[in-house]
Write a protein that binds this ligand. Structure first.
Ligand SMILES: Nc1ncnc2c1ncn2[C@@H]1O[C@H](COP(=O)(O)OP(=O)(O)O)[C@@H](O)[C@H]1O
Ligand SMILES: O=P(O)(O)O[C@H]1O[C@H](CO)[C@@H](O[C@H]2O[C@H](CO)[C@@H](O)[C@H](O)[C@H]2O)[C@H](O)[C@H]1O
Length: 467
């Protein structure tokens, strides 16, 4: 049953068909004493199990965390989470379902964190001084997610990691480090759930501050672009929805997070050999993507030339400071809260190993990710429209240029160094991202492919520069 249910889940990164699922850890949760207000007769009460399963993958095995509920009858509010019919150990018919959608389980998880309890082999702890309301009801975040997050309002948002790699999850350790430093640009850390995976203590879930009434960075930026496109004859700095001041503040916020990460996890200079290894890895990834995406073929030599210039940058004796970074930064990983910008989801790039995501990298990689995202926001309305008219193309280019510049200005003001000064390196990191995006769009959103393609053309043209 799990073999057919798992591939249907958005957070499942594996094959479309599974030959089998290996349950490597299984703990039934003791039935909680019926809550005072529970009217449910015992026969209708749920039983919960915590499972860690392994599935075959090209690179070995992949591990996933499941919280399974078992009820004789599934109430209407849980039918969307149904996995399938089964028999209980006593032989009676039951229905299995994804219990993270069950308020009874989500309340139990929050109580366990609030009371520093264990659930099976899961250890739940809250951070000293954090006040949680154990009676808060949780509801699952809708929309595209790589994991499953449960919102408890003032008691936070619990991100339950679905795909597990043994060891600490960067999302938890980075939130902890930024909370220790009182960062104004990340959610406070409220608590964690950990347990053994392949014999290693592993982060299973992280409870962080929930920013109510916040707006997603991508939504805010694209609203500004729509405003500009609707105004037709006004310039990007004339329309009411001008985003540049927000881009500037976003640059400051990212620089501030980088400063705190460097303090928390240390820094190290990349010597020429390490930088060359980094650049060679980017060139190899780019070459394989170019093989996959026919529209990239004309740029092969120019792409590799840009990476070669990045190596020259190090050879010229320029130091390249390395530190912990976000690793998967784009506007969808930012929230505009009532007090300013916050960066979320510090798991890092999903396709990279845990070791890579916890290593030190150039912060210019994050800057490049945001520059790419601002370029996407500026041009997203042209996607799928064929050959855009000159006016719309001009407005899209103008919005992207204005906001990329504002972002870098804000970053430079906060960091004290301008990311554009290391142009050869920043260009290489942005090109690395743009080529990756061309592969992503080729596979998932072909009508959006022109956006990264245009970026590859600009970044490889001799006149290409960072605006
Ligand atoms: N601290 C927070 N406050 C408010 N909303 C949040 C917070 N963290 C995440 N979210 C919301 O939950 C969504 C998923 O969070 P994210 O960390 O990106 O999960 P995933 O890695 O599973 O995609 C985000 O797009 C955002 O809308
Ligand atoms: O959602 P993930 O963090 O796993 O990232 C994948 O999906 C992203 C789209 O949701 C994709 O991001 C690209 O498109 C965004 C607009 O939809 C844009 O803001 C990003 O800059 C651009 O990279 C990402 O590439 C992909 O890995």
């Amino acid at each position: 049953m799990l073999a057919s249910w798992l591939p249907q889940q958005r957070w499942f990164a594996g094959r479309t068909e599974l030959a089998g699922v290996d349950i490597v850890s299984r703990h039934r949760l003791a039935a909680e004493p019926a809550a005072a207000d529970s009217a449910a007769p015992d026969a209708d009460r749920a039983e919960f199990e915590h499972l860690i399963v392994e599935v075959p993958a090209a690179d070995g095995v992949r591990r996933y965390q499941l919280w399974i509920g078992r009820r004789p009858v599934l109430p209407e509010r849980l039918t969307h989470a149904e996995i399938g019919a089964a028999a209980s150990p006593g032989g009676s018919a039951v229905v299995l379902y994804d219990a993270l959608h069950d308020p009874e389980l989500s309340a139990l998880l929050l109580r366990a964190i609030a009371e520093n309890r264990t659930l099976g082999d899961v250890t739940a702890v809250h951070r000293e001084g954090v006040m949680l309301d154990p009676s808060a009801h949780g509801f699952v975040v809708t929309g595209e997610q790589s994991n499953t997050s449960i919102i408890y309002g003032d008691s936070g948002i619990l991100k339950v990691f679905r795909r597990l790699e043994p060891g600490p999850n960067p999302d938890a350790e980075v939130h902890a480090a930024l909370a220790e430093r009182g960062s104004a640009h990340s959610a406070d850390l409220f608590g964690e759930m950990t347990g053994p995976v392949a014999g290693e203590p592993t982060t299973l879930a992280v409870l962080t501050q929930f920013f109510a009434n916040s707006a997603d960075g991508w939504q805010m930026a694209t609203a500004s672009v729509r405003d500009l496109m609707a105004e037709g004859d006004l310039r990007a700095d004339e329309v009411g929805g001008d985003f540049a001041a927000e881009s500037y503040r976003l640059g400051q916020a990212v620089a501030s997070v980088h400063h705190d990460l460097a303090e928390a996890f240390g820094t190290g200079p990349a010597d020429e050999a390490q930088l060359r290894t980094d650049v060679e890895a980017m060139a190899a990834l780019a070459a394989s993507t170019i093989d996959e995406v026919p529209e990239l073929a004309p740029y092969r030599d120019a792409v590799l030339a840009v990476f070669a210039q990045a190596t020259d940058f190090a050879r010229a004796g320029n130091t390249v400071p390395l530190q912990r970074i976000h690793g998967d930064l784009h506007l969808g990983q930012t929230l505009r809260t009532l007090t300013g910008w916050a960066v979320i989801d510090f798991e890092g790039e999903p396709s990279k190993s845990l070791q890579y995501r916890r290593a030190l990298h150039s912060p210019l990689r994050d800057v490049a990710g945001m520059l790419r995202s601002l370029d996407y926001a500026g041009h997203h309305m042209l996607a799928g429209t064929g050959q855009p008219d000159a006016q719309h193309q001009f407005r899209a280019d103008e919005w992207a240029s204005r906001n990329r510049t504002a972002f870098c200005d804000g970053y430079a003001a906060e960091a004290g160094t301008d990311p554009r000064a290391a142009d050869a390196l920043l260009r290489a990191f942005e090109l690395d991202r743009a080529v990756y995006e061309a592969g992503y769009e080729h596979n998932y959103r072909p009508s959006w492919l022109p956006i990264p393609l245009q970026a590859v053309a600009t970044l490889t043209s001799l006149g290409g520069h960072h605006d």
